[in-house]
Ligand binder design. Sequence first.
Ligand code: NAD
Ligand code: MG
Length: 390
Amino acid sequence: MKRISILGSTGSIGQNALDLVRQAPGQYRVVALTGGDNIYRLASDAREFGAEIAVTAHENRLAELRDALEGSGIAAAAGRNALNEAAARPTDWVLSAIVGAAGLEPGLAALRDGVTLALANKESLVSAGPLLMSAAARSGARILPVDSEHSAIFQALSGENTAAVERVIITASGGAFRDWPLQGLAEATVAEASRHPNWTMGQRITIDSASMFNKALEVIEAREYFGFHPDQIEVLVHPQSLVHALVGFRDGGLMAHVGPHDMRHAIGYALNWPDRLVLPVDRLDLAAAGSLEFFNPDNARYPALGLARQVMEVRGLSGAVFNAAKERALDHFIAGNLRFTDMHGVVAGTLDHLSSEPGLIDAEITLDSVHRLDHLGRIAVDDLVGRKPG
Ligand code: NAD
Ligand code: MG
C-alpha cells in the first residue's frame, strides 16, 4: 500500500486529493495530514483516513486539535517545526498543497531518497526554485508537478527528448474580469475577484487568476521546473480552460493536453505516476464543448505577466521578492487597503526598490536568504501601501 502524506489537506487541493484516496479504498495509507485554521476538517479527515498524525500550523490551536482527536489514537501537533517533522515522516508520496511561501520549508523537509513530492505549491518554486530542485537531486527524491498546466507539460513531454522542445504554451482562463471593461477594474471588489469562471479553487489563487499573478507565477514555475528559456514560454488566453498546456517541438508538432477542469486529474496523475490508474473525473465530450478559443493576453489588462518576464531575466532572489510582494499585495487587497488594479504597481515598486539595493537580489540562494528577501519584500509592500494588512 502506498504511504502518503498531505500538507495543506484542508484546502481545495488537499480535499481533492483526499477524495481520490476515499474513492480508492485499500490503495493508500495516510500518514500525516496538515492544515491551518480549520481544526474541525483536519480532525475529522484524520479520523476518517486513520492518519498517524494531524498537525495544525497554528500553535495556539493545539489544545483544540487534541480535543477533537481525543480517543482516536491519532497524534496531534502544532507549529512550524511540527509541520516540517510531519513532512519528513517516512512515506512514499507527499503532496505539498499549502498555499503561499509557507509551503517552502515543509516541501524541502519532505525531500528524501525514494520519496515523490507532488508539488501544487508553486510559490516555493517561484521563491526558491534552485534550492528545491537541487535538494531533490541531492536527496534522490522526485518532484512531480501538480499545477494543471505543468502536469500537462510533463505529460506531453513523456517519452520525448526535451532538447527537441521549441516552446511551451500555458493557457489561462482570463479569470473573473476577462470580459470586464478595463475602466471598471479599479473598482472590482474582493467578492467579484473571487469568482472564477471555470475552476473551483482556494480564494487566493482565484483572485490571482483574475489579476493573472497566478499565470505570472506559473510562467516562472515552468522555467524553474523544466528549465526552459523564458523566450520559450508563451501564454494564451483560452476561455474554455480545456486545453491546459501545449508543447511545441522543433519539427512543428504541437502536443496539447486536453481535459475537464478538475484538479483530481493532475493530482491523481502525480499520485499514481508512472502508472495511469482509473480516475473519477468526467470524460470530456468535445462535441458538447463545441469550440475552443485562444487569444493573446492583453498587457493592459494583465500587467503581472510582464513582471514575470522581469523576474526571469534577473533571477537570483527576485522570485522570492516577487512572490512575497504578490502575497502581501493580495493581503492588502483582501483587507480593503488596495484597489485591484494597484496590486501590480506595488509589486513592481517592491521589485525595483529591492533590486536597486546592492547585494540583496543577487546574493546566494539559501533558505536564509530566501526568508530574508521574503521578509524585506513584505515590509516594502507595507511601506508602499502605508499600513499593515491586518
Ligand atoms: P487553499 O487556501 O484552499 O488551502 C491551503 C491549505 O494550506 C489549507 O490546508 C490551509 O490550512 C493551509 N495553510 C494556509 N496557510 C498556511 C500556513 N501559513 N502554514 C501551513 N499551512 C497553511 O489553497 P489551494 O487552492 O488548495 O492551493 C494550495 C496550493 O496549490 C497553492 O500553492 C496553489 O497555488 C496551488 N494550486 C491550487 C490549485 C487549485 O485548484 N486550488 C490549482 C493549481 C495549484
Ligand atoms: Mg494552474
